[in-house]
Design a protein around this ligand. Sequence first.
Ligand code: GLA
Length: 424
Amino acid sequence: MLGTERLSHLLCLSIWFCCALRCIDGLENGVAQTPPMGWMPFERFQCTVDCIHFPRDCISESLFKRTADLLVSEGYAAVGFQYLIIDDCWMERIRDTSTQKLLADRKRFPSGMSALSRYIHGRGLKFGIYHDVGQQTCMFRGPGARGHFELDAQTFADWGADYVKLDGCYATESERNRGYPAFGKAMNRTGRTMVYSCSWPFYTEKPDYRLIAKHCNLWRFAEDITDSYTSVFRIMELYRRNQELLLAHAGPGRWNDPDMLVLGNFRLSYDASRLQLAIWSVIAAPLIMTNDLETVRPEIKELLQNREVIAVNQDLLGMPGKCVRASKYFQVWVRPVTPVNDLGQHSFAVAFVNRGGFDACPLCPRNFEVVLERLGLDSPTGYYVVDLFNSSRNMGMFKPNDAFNTRINPEGVTFYKFTVAPLY
Ligand code: GLA
């Protein structure tokens, strides 16, 4: 009997896995089976093109080479940050007049894109590049792909790109709706496998996520992030309000993109940094940093390289989580993760958020208590609990009807892994 039961659970699990991988349409290019991790300059460095006065901050090959070196030497690559992605402002303002090919800015990228790509690959990293589906890039610094999809996709492939971020400025709605699928197909026709990051839904009033997930590996669903708790929280709220829709289409090879990790810059407190990392991991967001790797404070670097948290983000079940409880002051976010026990029950990553704002003390730590069953943690075998921001803090075993207590800093988070206990 036991054998039969186990067999049927195994069967259910394998059907579930097949469904996760196959039942929903997806861009079948085989990449981004877990959310991409890497670095992109935009929030931190914007469109700084004055290399005379700001040589360290301008968008140039030296910024990308320096960052490639630091990704490796500072240990970021070893924990998974492998895509080094050039954002806007890398182009000459016009195409090559004879070939119509895109050109990298000659002064800021004197060695050319192929050479930079080789440099990045030589460090064991992957190379990403920015483009726009319409007439111009968003910063109006160069031509968009309009009329040149095949040529531009081939140019990126020839340069050895592994990732393309396609923005949606200076295009009409119908142009975007036709352009995003068409550019993706042009990328596939090059024969080079490239992650396809689309900004499509961000520009669309009522995005058709089924269609978007069919053509893109990831898609920006929110506004541009800025370096503040307010911005991080606004994007969390946008996700929460639309989570059933957003969740339904995400999984291996197709992810919701809430924009870059702003950790390591100026305005996020230590607690808000933990918050962004925890929630981005719960919702299976790409972890693309935007910072100056040379000046990231040691405690923030430690957060960014927290292997337990990254493991939640990269969990192989590929099931994004969501907010399961929200009040004026608290939120609880839950993601099903591996391991799965013999009964087919998941483990969970759970993030408890203190939004602050209490009348008596708006920015004080607060205690929060909840019976686990109310969060959907209902395995009768119980859960072993570990604090993900302090893995030495093993909190013991909890059953579904046990109360769980946590004390959360203001505009911050506590983040735990609840590993489901095996049957025996
Ligand atoms: C848009 C995008 C940003 C960035 C800029 C570059 O605003 O949403 O992520 O790529 O364009 O111009």
